[in-house]
Design a protein around this ligand. Structure first.
Ligand code: COA
Length: 254
C-alpha cells in the first residue's frame, strides 16, 4: 500500500509508503489520505494526526506521470478532496519531514499545526519550473508566514532550500537529527492527544477561522489556473524533460 494509515492508541498516522518513486503522490494516494482525514474528523477516538514520509524521503510531490495520464478535473478530483480535508482538519496535525519535500510535499505542511524536520530535510516548490502555478493556497499562506519576497523567491525560482532556511521562514517548528524526527513528532502528537480535545479544537478554530474564507477562495482560483496549465505545452515540455532526464526548453514558448 502506497499510503499507510495506522493507529497507535489515539494517534492516527498517515505515512507515505512509495519509496521507489520517492513517495510521489498518485490520485489513489490522495483519495486514501482524504478519506482518512475525513474519517478521523468524525471519529472521537482519534485525538491527533501525524503525517510522515518513509526513510530518507518525505514526498516528491504530485506523481508527474499520473498527472499526465489523469489530470485532475473538477473540484471532486482526489487532490482537491485531500487539500480541502487537510485545510479544514479540526484535529491537531503534526508533520514529520525526514527527507525531501517537493511541491505539495511542502505546501501540505502549511496546513499542519506543528512541523518537525530532519536537519538534512530539503524543501522545494518547483511549480514554475514545471509550467504550473502554486496550489494548496500556498500563494497566500507562504507569503503570510515568510513575507512576500521570501515566498516569491521560493515559488518563482522553485529552487530547493534546506531545513534551516525553512525554519527561518517560519513553517518548521524544530530541527532534529533524521533518525529522531518521527519519534519526536509522535511524542508531540501523544502530548496533544492527552489534552482536552475541545480546547484544541476551539484553539484551532479561533486561529484559523478568520483566514478560512480567503484560503478557500485562493485554493479555488489556484485550482482553475493549475488545471489549465497542466494541459498547456509548457507543462508537457517540463514533464517530458523530467522523464527524459534533460533540461526543459521554455524559450520555445511566448
Ligand atoms: N512523479 C513521478 N515519478 C517520480 C517523481 C514524481 N514527482 N519523483 C520521482 N519519481 C520517480 C523517478 O522517475 C524515478 O523513477 P525510476 O526509478 O522508475 O526512474 C524514481 O522516482 C526515483 O527518482 P530519482 O529522481 O531518481 O531520485 P533522486 O533521489 O535522484 O531525486 C527528487 C529525488 C525528489 C529530488 C527527484 O525525484 C525529483 O525532483 N522529482 C520530481 C519532483 C517534482 O517535480 N514534483 C512535482 C511537484 S508539483
Amino acid at each position: 500500500m502506497d499510503i499507510l494509515v495506522e493507529r497507535t492508541a489515539d494517534v492516527l498516522t498517515i505515512a507515505f509508503n512509495r519509496p521507489d518513486k520517492k513517495n510521489a503522490i498518485t490520485a489513489a494516494m490522495y483519495q486514501t489520505m482524504a478519506d482518512a482525514l475525513v474519517q478521523a474528523q468524525g471519529d472521537a477516538s482519534v485525538r491527533a494526526i501525524v503525517i510522515r514520509g518513509s526513510i530518507g524521503i518525505f514526498s516528491a510531490g504530485n506523481d508527474l506521470e499520473d498527472f499526465l495520464k489523469q489530470p485532475p478535473v473538477g473540484e471532486d478530483a482526489p487532490v482537491f478532496q485531500f487539500l480541502r480535508a487537510i485545510s479544514a482538519a479540526g484535529k491537531p496535525l503534526v508533520a514529520s519531514v525526514a527527507g525531501a519535500a517537493v511541491g505539495v510535499g511542502t505546501t501540505l505542511l502549511l496546513h499542519c499545526d506543528f512541523v518537525y524536520a530532519a536537519d538534512t530535510a530539503t524543501f522545494s516548490l518547483p511549480f514554475a519550473q514545471l509550467g504550473l502555478c502554486p496550489e494548496a493556497a500556498s500563494s497566500l499562506l507562504l507569503q503570510r508566514v515568510a513575507g512576500y519576497q521570501a515566498a516569491a523567491e521560493k515559488l518563482m525560482l522553485g529552487e530547493a532550500f534546506d531545513a534551516k532556511e525553512a525554519q527561518r521562514m517560519g513553517f518548521v517548528n524544530r530541527l532534529l537529527p533524521a533518525a529522531e524526527v518521527d519519534a519526536f513528532a509522535m511524542k508531540q502528537a501523544q502530548k496533544l492527544a492527552a489534552l482536552p480535545a475541545s480546547s484544541l479544537r476551539v484553539t484551532k478554530q479561533l486561529m484559523k477561522r478568520a483566514a478560512q474564507h480567503e484560503l478557500r477562495t485562493q485554493m479555488t482560483e489556484e485550482a482553475v489556473h493549475f488545471a489549465k496549465m497542466l494541459l498547456a505545452p509548457e507543462a508537457k515540455e517540463a514533464f517530458n524533460a523530467f522523464f527524459e532526464k534533460r533540461k526543459p526548453d521554455f524559450r520555445q514558448f511566448d
